[in-house]
Design a protein around this ligand. Structure first.
Ligand code: SF4
Length: 375
């Protein structure tokens, strides 16, 4: 059986955060949501034959805000997945969630339906920072949601935190992390703010956003890695931290270049040697006219992609795994990355090479210098 991950995109939110360029629409009416769920179920079921030899070990509901949907619709979607694919007993089944969505009854129902992991978007525990991001919730909302999830039986919970955001200081980030860690999360994702064109933040411009300076952001990142390590949350990827055994199985599929199928607008797939990306167009998805870009990368491109993805992990590039996958050695890449060891950006591991925390800060620049993305 081929292991497979399944991603379902839920493109609805209460309102649009000021930095967000994900595919999500605010204030969708009930009819649109119901039509979307029906379309997604049809789409999922159409893959039964193509996936007959696959075994799904992770299902991820991302968004958007999946828990904005009534639990019966999330159940309906999960049923479509369970009825279409062979899903393993121990599969990780995650829903992304925002504070003040879901609730005690909904979480209990989701837990009974088979969901076993929630990823809750806090971003900051500071009221001013949350307002500046355009988030609707407060830190007490997050705590209440967290407690409801624990009471409903979720024993694998993750929180999202952002750094480099408006008005944030090293001290306020440390306070946020301390407050989150007091809840003993199994997993934490810490993302740097990226100001994207086309968002309200992008239109205002970085200079108007009261952002911490570059050196503070650098220290925030290095300090949070050290702090979380001390809290038992080891870094395993540029932006992700977990207690042993709680690394996000679904995201590991992306970084290990394994197969996955994504459903819905803006969802991506890598399946049967073909990569595809759906247009970020909810209307077209509902009308059945959505376009997908498809490509079948050659061997050189796959090698470059594999190295790029693996180098996101603290485990880094494993020379033995590379050789088993591609039938040739990884010397070319090991030599190229090895040039960054004296500067402290890359370190040797037992199996190959990996970025140091300093290297992760500049990983995009190093990767684009070494890898041939047009291979
Ligand atoms: S909750 Fe997430 S997906 Fe929704 S608008 Fe905010 S950042 Fe975007």
């Amino acid at each position: 059986m081929r292991p497979l991950g399944v991603y379902l995109h839920i493109p609805f939110c209460r309102s649009k955060c000021l930095y967000c360029d994900f595919c999500s629409v605010p204030h969708a009416d009930d009819e649109t949501v119901a039509r979307y769920v029906a379309a997604l179920c049809r789409d999922i079921r159409s893959y039964a034959a193509a996936c007959a030899d696959c075994e799904v070990d992770s299902v991820y509901f991302g968004g958007g805000t999946p828990t904005l949907l009534p639990p019966e619709l999330l159940e309906q979607l999960l049923s479509a997945v369970l009825e279409t694919f062979r899903v393993t007993e121990a599969a990780e089944i995650t829903a992304e969630c925002n504070p003040a969505t879901g609730g005690a009854a909904a979480f209990s129902r989701l837990r009974r339906a088979g969901f076993n992991r929630l990823s809750i978007g806090l971003q900051s525990a500071d009221a001013r920072e949350l307002r500046a991001l355009g988030r609707l919730h407060t830190y007490p909302d997050f705590c209440r949601t967290w407690e409801q999830a624990v009471s409903a039986g979720f024993a694998n919970l993750s929180a999202d935190v952002m750094f480099g955001i408006p008005y944030q200081t090293e001290e306020s980030l440390a306070r946020t992390l301390g407050q989150v860690c007091a809840l003993r999360p199994q997993h934490l994702s810490c993302y740097a703010l990226s100001v994207e064109p086309g968002t309200p933040f992008g239109r205002r411009g970085e200079a108007a956003l009261h952002l911490p300076d570059e050196e503070s952001v650098r220290r925030m990142y290095l300090n949070l890695i050290a702090y979380l390590e001390g809290q038992g949350l080891a870094q395993y990827e540029i932006s992700n931290f977990a207690r042993p055994g709680y690394e996000c199985r679904h995201n590991l599929k992306y970084w290990n270049a394994e197969e996955y199928l994504g459903f819905g607008p803006a969802a991506h797939s890598d399946f049967g040697g073909t990569r595809s990306g759906n247009a970020a167009d909810l209307r077209a998805y509902l009308d059945g006219t959505m376009e997908s870009e498809r490509e079948t990368p050659g061997r050189e491109e796959r090698m470059n992609e594999y190295v790029m993805l693996r180098m996101r992990l603290t485990a880094g590039l494993d020379a033995g795994a590379f050789a088993r996958r591609f039938g040739q050695g990884a010397e070319h890449f090991l030599t190229a990355f090895g040039r960054f060891i004296p500067g402290g950006f890359v370190r040797r591991t037992a199996a190959g090479l990996a970025f140091t925390p300093e290297g992760m800060l500049v990983s995009n620049a190093i990767l684009s210098e070494i890898l041939d993305f047009n291979a």
